[in-house]
Structures are given as C-alpha cells and as structure tokens.
Design a protein around this ligand. Structure first.
Ligand code: NAD
Ligand code: GDU
Length: 320
C-alpha cells in the first residue's frame, strides 16, 4: 500500500514507519519536526517537512491507500497550561486532515488515540466501553478527534481504526524515544542511570495501590507497530473500530524504578515528591478486543525486557 505517516519523525511514528517499510509498503512521512527529528525518519521513506494541516491536502491528492496519523502535541501538563495549543494543534489540524482524506477519497485511516481519554477509570482493566471522562485537555483533544472520525467513517464510508495506547515504552533498533522535553518515566529513570540526572522524582506515594505509587500498563513500541499493521489490514469501509492497547499487566512506579536498577546496574536514587496533577492511580488496559478482532498478540510483556530495549537505545544515543 502507499501510506502517508504523519508524525513519522517522532517516537512511535518512526518505529511504525520502519516496520511498514520492512513489510513492503511505500511510505511518505509528513512531519513539521516540532518535536521530531529528521534523522529519525527511517531509511526507505520519502520525507516531506511541513505542517499536516497545510501539506496533507496536496500530498493526499497524489493518491494514497491510507493514512497513519501519529502527529500530535502530547504533553499532559502543557495541555493544561496552554489548551489552545491542543485544541488547535491536535483537533483543528486533525479536522483539516480528515477533510483532505475525504476530498482525496483516501480509503483508510489509523489514528493514535490514548488511554488518557478515560480519565480516572471506574474499573481496571479498562475495556473500550468504559466511560470517557478525560481529566486533561490532551485526553479531551484526542477524544474529540475520535468522535469526528466516527462520524466521517459512518457518513463518508471511511475505513477507520483508533488505537488507544497505554504507556508506550522500549525501542526498535535505531528508533526510540528522543523527546527533547522528556516527561515519561522510563526514559527519565534511564537518564539517571546515564548520569544525566541526579535522581528520579517519584510523584506520589500515597495512592491506593500496594506500594502507594501509580500503576501503569507498559506496552512495547514494537507490539504497537504490529497492531498498526493489523489495523490497516482489518479496517472496513464505513466503520470506526476502537481498540485499547496495553500488555494487560500493571506495574507501579517503584517496580519500574526497580526494573531499571536491575537492567542498568545503577542504584538510581529516588526522591518522593508530591502527586503530579491529573495522574490517575491505576491504568491497565483490557486488550481483549484487539486480540479477538485483529488477532493481535503482544510479544514483549516482560517489564525488564522492555526496559532493556529502551536502555540499549538510550546508551547508543548517549555514546554519539
Ligand atoms: N508515547 C506515548 O506513551 C503515547 C501514549 C498514547 C498515545 N500516544 C500518541 O502517539 C502519537 C505519537 O506519540 P510520540 O510519543 O511518538 O510523540 P512524538 O512527539 O515523538 O511524535 C509526534 C510527531 O508529530 C510531529 N508533529 C506534531 N504536530 C505536527 C503537525 N501539526 N504537523 C506535522 N507534524 C507534527 C512532531 O514533530 C513529532 O515528530 C501521538 O499522537 C500521541 O498522542 C503516545
Ligand atoms: O519523573 C517521573 C515521571 C513519571 N512518574 C510517574 O510515572 C507514571 C507514568 O508517567 P508517564 O509520564 O511516563 O506516563 P503517563 O501515564 O502520565 O502518560 C502516558 O500514558 C497515558 C495513558 O496511560 C497517555 O497515553 C499519555 O499520552 C502518555 O504520556 C505516572 O504515575 C507518573 O506520575 C514519576 O513518578 N516520575
């Protein structure tokens, strides 16, 4: 297939673009490099630098079989301080993309949604039918896009799939997490192990969990790429399917720090701080629907294995 990958110079987009090229697809990456890196665009992809709201129309007019839409702003704290960036940078740009898709008659769309659409969940593991009550503007912006995609699919016959990722981690060879403003737990702990940061701050030890720290479901970025390939195959005209993607096991912040100590051999000093605003106590995915309908099977459910891949990547970048 000829595929447009928005955000293919970012973390998840670059890994997925690499896997798409390996699977024989023709890939065009559209990225404005606002948080991505030109040298993260995988070999074998054509790279177009530009804002998706402006450039997607002309590109799609060339004729594509599908769009994988990763490009977004995705910092929770920033979304609360500057919501305009998220309503315009995520929602408005995605609406422009949807219009370009409709005008060009592009048949397929796979969208990067997020567990943040659920907010504080009533039940864990979280199924797709759970109430969507996002506690931050980032999650609200992604939910708004999901709603728009549903109506485009129903009315205009688009084949659409939203994948709601839980906590993405790990790396795939030369492609991994390189956020300039890093807020994610695992890469921050690895920065401590690399001597780039003195200690990891543990945000809250008074949550109603076994060790008092928050529980998250860490999914390997390579398993996520598998899900995108399957979503492209299974997308059906006039439908918008939504799937939660996680490994199905929750790990506390303390367990993650411990796994990083074990993998890196570094003592990783940890300092307990206050809670971070908007953090739910526990987020674990039920991915049963993705397994049943897409035939998706996560291969990397061992936390130390996920951390090991992230560590190899972080070390290789630090040596440059
Ligand atoms: N990393 C996670 O844990 C996680 C979890 C859930 C969902 N997601 C979603 O997955 C997607 C990818 O996340 P990531 O961690 O790879 O982020 P990232 O910041 O590494 O990648 C996003 C890419 O999109 C590009 N971009 C942003 N706005 C653009 C625009 N208007 N036009 C063109 N390019 C633009 C950036 O330059 C960057 O390369 C996002 O949609 C994010 O919301 C990520
Ligand atoms: O320095 C840090 C960084 C994080 N944490 C804690 O570690 C856990 C994981 O935090 P991350 O920032 O790594 O990830 P989030 O769970 O906040 O968010 C991620 O997962 C969400 C869904 O689970 C959304 O998809 C969102 O886009 C994505 O960034 C949280 O309890 C957080 O409080 C710390 O204790 N110290």
């Amino acid at each position: 297939m000829k595929l447009l990958v928005t955000g293919g110079a970012g973390y998840v987009g670059s890994v997925c673009a690499a896997r798409l090229v390996e699977s024989g697809h023709e890939v065009v990456v559209l990225d404005d490099l606002s948080t991505g890196h030109a040298d993260a665009v995988p070999e074998g992809c054509r790279f177009e630098r530009g804002d998706l709201a402006e450039a997607a129309g002309d590109l799609l007019a060339e004729g594509f079989d599908g769009v994988l839409h990763f490009a977004a702003k995705s910092l929770v704290a920033e979304s609360m301080q500057d919501p305009a960036l998220y309503w315009s940078g995520n929602v408005l740009t995605s609406l422009r993309l949807l219009e370009a898709v409709r005008r060009a008659g592009t048949p397929r769309l796979v969208f990067s949604s997020t567990a943040a659409v659920y907010g504080e969940p009533e039940q864990v593991p979280i199924p797709e039918g759970a109430a969507t009550r996002p506690t931050n503007t980032y999650g609200a912006s992604k939910l708004a896009i999901d709603h728009a995609i549903t109506s485009y699919a129903t009315a205009y016959g688009l084949s659409a799939v939203s994948l709601r990722y839980f906590n993405v981690a790990g790396a795939y060879g030369a492609y991994g997490e390189r956020h300039t403003t890093e807020t994610h737990l695992i890469p921050l702990v690895l920065q401590v192990a690399l001597g780039q940061r003195a200690a990891i701050h543990v945000y809250g030890e008074d949550y109603p969990t076994e060790d008092g720290t928050c529980i998250r479901d860490y999914i390997h970025v390579s398993d996520l790429a598998d899900a995108h390939l399957l979503a492209l195959e299974h997308a059906a005209p006039g439908t918008h399917r939504i799937y939660n993607l996680g490994s199905g096991t929750g790990f506390s912040v303390r367990q993650v720090v411990e796994a990083c100590r074990s993998v890196t051999g570094h003592p990783v000093p940890a300092e307990v701080k206050g809670r971070r605003a908007g953090d739910p106590a526990s987020l674990v995915a039920s991915s049963e629907l993705a397994k049943a309908e897409l035939g998706w099977k996560p291969q990397h459910t061992d936390l130390e294995g996920i951390v090991r891949d992230a560590w190899e990547f972080a070390r290789s970048r630090a040596e440059r």
